[in-house]
Design a protein around this ligand. Structure first.
Ligand code: PLP
Length: 375
């Protein structure tokens, strides 16, 4: 994009150095025709790869039928998606919105209504979104500082610190909100022990699976591998392979708090996004999930011995390499070398390729990173 056009966008992001015009599977093409291997997937969104035929065909078919009705009327795609997600969860009701932050707003409101309590326990370094409610429960002071005061009653505890978690509990806490793997805060997987301790607290337990959900960690929901079932789950990123959508799932056991008028969203449950999401859910099958686990392990093993890598960790294809230098420098150098990747906090390089990535794509990415980190 030219500098003039770029200046007409509010500068909430650093000026981008590349304009992508085309996507195909795990590849992106820029406006000069150069191809890049995409290990960012639109920030852990395009799980099936760019232009995957299943959501593409479903969205096209729905575009030709009906785009929007509002939630005052039923649509087939929203009903179908709620059914698919309920089956995957094992009994849940869905509220559809348009983003991860909105899904977390819905979770915060749901827990307040269900418990009559406003206190929240969340994690240091967590990320739950940029709207004021989601920001209030985000454990990154630098992101909150300019916008305070936000919601009060939020306590932050260090990830995986069971004692701190128990100590933070009090009578006014109605919600414990956790990312099974902290995706923006350094790719930190939570331990089953920590999650089990959270489950024991007398509060609604919500998992923010906006980044970890829809197969990213090698199971449809990350919690399936962790031995703890939450009351609420929030979803967004990978759900419609890049069309905007968010979702709050409420387990059948925790159902009943919202009544008509308590919450809403004009665009929530958009038929085109929901039709794409139904197709995505169908494509995230056992074979793909097994592949995510295998290729995630391959990526992790390949990263660990690279120069400047202090620690390599993650789950499935949400992988972080903690570096002894600023991660943005490495992300910039990798982009110059034809590999798109991400940071997660200051020193962690984050890799979140499409779930359909092949083992030779993983090896190609590792070869580029080896070159970049050895230079
Ligand atoms: N929750 C988690 C775990 C996220 O990773 C993100 C985005 O990165 C969000 C919430 C916010 O999602 P959105 O940007 O769609 O509002």
């Amino acid at each position: 994009m030219s500098a003039v056009l770029q200046s007409q966008l509010l500068p909430t992001y650093p000026p981008p150095s590349v304009t992508f015009v085309d996507g195909d599977g795990v590849w992106l093409t820029d406006d000069s025709g150069r191809r890049y291997l995409d290990f960012a997937a639109g920030i852990a969104v395009v799980g099936l790869g760019h232009r995957h035929p299943a959501p593409l065909a479903a969205a096209h078919a729905q575009l030709d039928r009906l785009w929007h009705t509002s939630n005052l009327y039923a649509t087939e795609p929203a009903r179908a998606l709620a059914h698919v997600l309920s089956e995957r969860f094992g009994g849940a009701q869905a509220f559809f919105c348009n983003s991860g932050a909105e899904a977390n707003e819905a979770a915060i409101k749901y827990a307040r209504k269900a418990t009559g309590k406003h206190g929240v326990i969340a994690l240091e370094q967590s990320f739950h979104g940029r709207t004021t409610g989601a920001l209030a429960v985000t454990g990154q002071p630098a992101k909150r500082a300019a916008f305070e005061p936000l919601l009060d009653g939020v306590r932050f505890v260090p990830p995986n610190d069971v004692e701190a978690l128990r100590a933070a509990m009090s009578d006014d806490v109605g919600l414990v909100l956790l990312e099974p793997v902290l995706g923006e805060g350094g790719v930190i997987p939570l331990t089953p022990e920590f999650l089990a301790a959270a489950r024991e607290l007398d509060a609604i337990l919500a998992f923010d699976e906006v980044q970890t959900g829809i197969g990213r960690t090698g199971s449809f929901f990350a919690f399936e591998q962790l031995g703890v079932r939450p009351d609420l789950v929030t979803l967004a990123k990978g759900l419609a392979n890049g069309l905007p959508i968010g979702c709050l799932l409420v387990s059948d056991a925790a159902a009943g708090a919202f009544a008509p008028g308590d919450h809403g969203s004009t665009f929530g449950g958009n038929p085109v996004a929901c039709a794409a999401a139904v197709a995505v859910c169908g494509a995230v099958d056992d074979a793909l999930l097994a592949r995510v686990r295998t290729n995630g392990a391959r990526l992790l093993a390949g990263l660990a011995p690279l120069p400047h890598v202090v620690d390599a960790r993650g789950a499935g294809l949400l992988v972080g390499a903690e570096l002894d230098r600023p991660a943005q420098e490495v992300v910039d150098a990798a982009l110059d070398a034809g590999l798109v990747c991400l940071t997660s906090g200051a020193n962690v390089l984050r890799l979140a390729p499409p779930l359909v990535v092949a083992d030779d794509d993983v090896d190609r990415a590792l070869a580029i990173l080896t070159e970049v980190l050895t230079a």
